[in-house]
Ligand binder design. Structure first.
Ligand code: PEP
Ligand code: MN
Length: 338
């Protein structure tokens, strides 16, 4: 159920509704909007009595949410969610471009990357300190030392930091250093990790699983939101198909589909989505044309020397071209890139 509150509702009236729901042994979730607040009700709805709620001052109407992802659904909350983190805004008219290496390697390269991308107009710095690698013998990331380098790069550049967390036990450490926690494709259905990310306060960037359908993707977002963290960003990063010319198939149709089903912002990662440097800029343009709220892209000062994913990583010159070309598409579709 969703309780839609009237515009200009008083905080006291919201509290009253929340209290009544708790008395019915149900869980109220307040989803704030600039125009309207809605209260999503989670739990056994047989306990919910609709009429007395509709009579509370400030309540506009009470309606059923048919989708299983109650908090992520657009059925109740029509207004789009704008996620904010340390100056980074995702989901507004302005696009958000988050760039950086696949993995944090050392201070010098991270500093060079942060300075370079900042000068070219990036809005956030990405870089993995905890890496989920396909091989147990591959480099697993600098871990806490990597987080410290990211925090240092943020202090120097002013860019907010997005970095992955792979284990629920690391959530407190990653959340202390990062501005946005990333949950990678391999962990989209790691429910304990989703719950742990939902219990902390920083926004979460959730990547679509390699073989996840749209319902599964949104149910994973719901796991995070059900813990009280509504600052979730969805990220399409390519799925597995019979395509044998690229690392993955970047499913751009999912952008309008998600825009219809959820109020959460949608990013696209054309680096993992294609696995090939030459395909990154065209797909970044296409993603923005299709309505993405921004991009997550791998950039390194020397991609040929990158420890991980060099083949799909842009140099700073190539990133400059991406920003230039994406900027033109942004204007064409009524978005901005500044
Ligand atoms: C990443 O962005 O660093 C990453 C590992 O991506 P994915 O989870 O999409 O493979
Ligand atoms: Mn990578």
């Amino acid at each position: 159920m969703i309780i839609v509150m009237k515009p200009g509702v008083l905080p006291k009236q919201i509290r009253e509704v929340m209290e009544r729901i708790k008395k019915m042994k149900l869980e109220p979730h307040l989803l704030r909007g600039t125009e309207r607040n809605v209260i999503a009700v989670i739990g056994d709805e047989r306990n919910l009595h609709r009429q007395p709620l509709e009579a509370i001052p400030g309540v506009e109407n009470v309606m059923a949410v048919l989708k299983p992802y109650k908090l992520a659904s657009r059925e109740g909350k029509k207004e789009r969610t704008v996620v904010r983190a340390h100056g980074l805004t995702i989901g507004g008219r302005a696009l958000a471009v988050i760039a950086g290496p696949c993995t944090v390697e050392n201070r010098t390269m991270l500093r060079q990357t942060a300075r370079g991308i900042k000068a070219l107009g990036a809005h956030g710095l990405r870089g993995g300190a905890f890496k989920p690698r396909s091989s147990p013998y591959a480099f697993q990331g600098l871990k806490v030392a990597g987080l410290k380098l990211l925090a240092e790069a943020r202090r120097e550049s002013g860019l907010p930091v997005v970095t992955e967390v792979v284990d629920p036990r690391d959530v407190p450490a990653v959340s202390r250093f990062a501005d946005v926690l990333q949950i990678g494709t391999r962990n989209m259905q790691n429910y304990e990790l989703l719950k742990a990310a939902g219990k902390q306060k920083k926004p979460v960037l959730l990547k679509r699983g390699l073989a996840a359908g749209i319902n599964e993707f949104l149910m994973s977002a719901e796991y995070i939101m059900a813990q009280g963290n509504y600052q979730v960003i969805l990220c399409e990063r390519g799925i597995r198909t019979f395509n044998d010319y690229a690392r993955n198939t970047l499913d751009l149709t999912v952008i309008p589909a998600l825009k219809e089903l959820t109020h959460l912002p949608v990013l696209v990662d054309p680096s993992h989505g294609t696995g090939k440097r030459e395909y990154v800029i065209p797909m970044a343009r296409a993603a923005v044309a299709a309505g993405a709220d921004g991009l997550l892209v791998e950039v390194h000062p020397h991609p040929d020397r990158a420890w991980v994913d060099g083949h799909q990583t842009l140099s700073l010159d190539e990133f400059a071209r991406l920003m230039d070309e994406v900027g033109k598409i942004a204007t064409a579709v009524g978005r901005t890139l500044n």
